[in-house]
Every structure is written in C-alpha cells, then in structure tokens.
Design a protein around this ligand. Structure first.
Ligand SMILES: Cc1cc2nc3c(=O)[nH]c(=O)nc-3n(C[C@H](O)[C@H](O)[C@H](O)COP(=O)(O)O)c2cc1C
Length: 170
C-alpha cells in the first residue's frame, strides 16, 4: 500500500499528529510505503492508495489567509500555505483509493472542526472516505497536544491501514 499523509500546522501540533498517524500505518502494514509531508512539500498526488489530510481548526473551520496571519502575528513558528489551495488542485481519487481527514482543535464550546471541511473537499474530488473525520485535542492554541492524543492518532492510523488491508487493496 502507498500511503500519503499531508498536513498543515502553525505550531507543530498537527505535524505531531500526522507523524503519529504515519507511525500507526507503518505498524499495521510494515510493507507499506508511507510518506508524511507538510502541505508546502506535498505537490501533486500520484499513485496513492490511502491519502490522509489534516490541519488545525481555525475560526471553527479550515485555516484561511487571515487566520494564518493571526497565528503568525501571535508567534506561530510555521507559516506555510494552507490546505485550501492544495485541496483545490487535488486530482480525483482513482478506483480503490481511499482518504481520511483529521484536525487538531481546542476543547472549547463551538470549537468547530477543520476535518469536516477537509472531508467534504476529499469527497468532492471523488475520494471515498475510509473513516469518519477525526479530531485531536490541544490544551491551548500553541499546544501541547492533550495527553494520550498521540497514541490515539497512532491507533487511528493503524485502523485506517487495517481497514485498507481487509478490503484487499494493499
Ligand atoms: C487564528 C486561530 C483561530 C483558532 N480558532 C479555533 C477554533 O475556532 N476552534 C478551535 O477548536 N481551535 C481554534 N484555534 C486553536 C487551534 O485549533 C490550535 O492552534 C491548533 O489545533 C494547533 O495546531 P498546530 O500546532 O498544528 O497549528 C485557533 C487558533 C488560531 C491561531
């Protein structure tokens, strides 16, 4: 199986979740070719069986130019592009290809979920979703991730790989 995990991250927390998901996929399927890339380096998606896309929840949804500027002004160390423009250029999913969306978010009332917007865009580009969108919690805007979330992300990645295997698509 060829898996690609693409993430956006202002403070590094979503990057940590992406790395944990990649570790989970590798654990469940040691023969898999697994790449984990920030969206700035993701380029064109080709020959991917499992595409996993995640970003931080900003203003109750996916980041925008404005929200990234706000994060940068607040001292966020990573100022790459957002997922929106990259997802606009995403090729359609091929036969048997599957995808999944995740985000990081704070546990606040009306937190919203970037993962829902990501999942909607994946579906629009004819990628079948392998799982419900998943959210991983941060303690504050700049992190850290809540205790246990890295383990949960790894387990989520492993479950995605297992599901793929069971469909005989490795
Ligand atoms: C401009 C801005 C807006 C945010 N809005 C929300 C929000 O609406 N809901 C939420 O749960 N978290 C919100 N957050 C917190 C982010 O979800 C948190 O910074 C992110 O999960 C950290 O991930 P990262 O380290 O990968 O950037 C916001 C953060 C920023 C910088």
């Amino acid at each position: 199986m060829r898996a690609l995990i693409v993430y956006e991250s202002s403070y590094g927390n979503t990057g940590q979740v992406a790395a944990a998901i990649a570790a989970g996929v590798r654990r469940a399927d040691p023969g898999a070719e697994v790449r984990c890339l920030p969206v700035a380096e993701a380029g064109t998606v080709e020959d991917v069986d499992l595409l996993v896309v995640g970003g931080p929840t900003h203003m109750r949804g996916m980041s925008t130019g404005l929200s990234r500027t706000l994060a940068a002004k607040a001292g966020a160390p990573e100022h790459g592009p957002g997922l929106r423009s990259w997802l606009r250029t995403l090729p359609d999913g091929g036969p048997g290809a599957r995808a999944a969306a995740f985000d990081t978010r704070a546990e606040v009332k009306h937190a919203g979920a970037a993962a829902d917007g990501i999942a909607a865009r994946l579906t629009k580009h004819h990628w079948d979703l392998a799982a419900e969108p998943a959210g991983f919690l941060v303690e504050d805007t700049d992190g850290p991730l809540r205790e246990g979330e890295t383990g949960r992300a790894e387990a989520w990645g492993a479950a995605l790989a297992d599901a793929h295997r069971q469909r005989g698509l490795t």
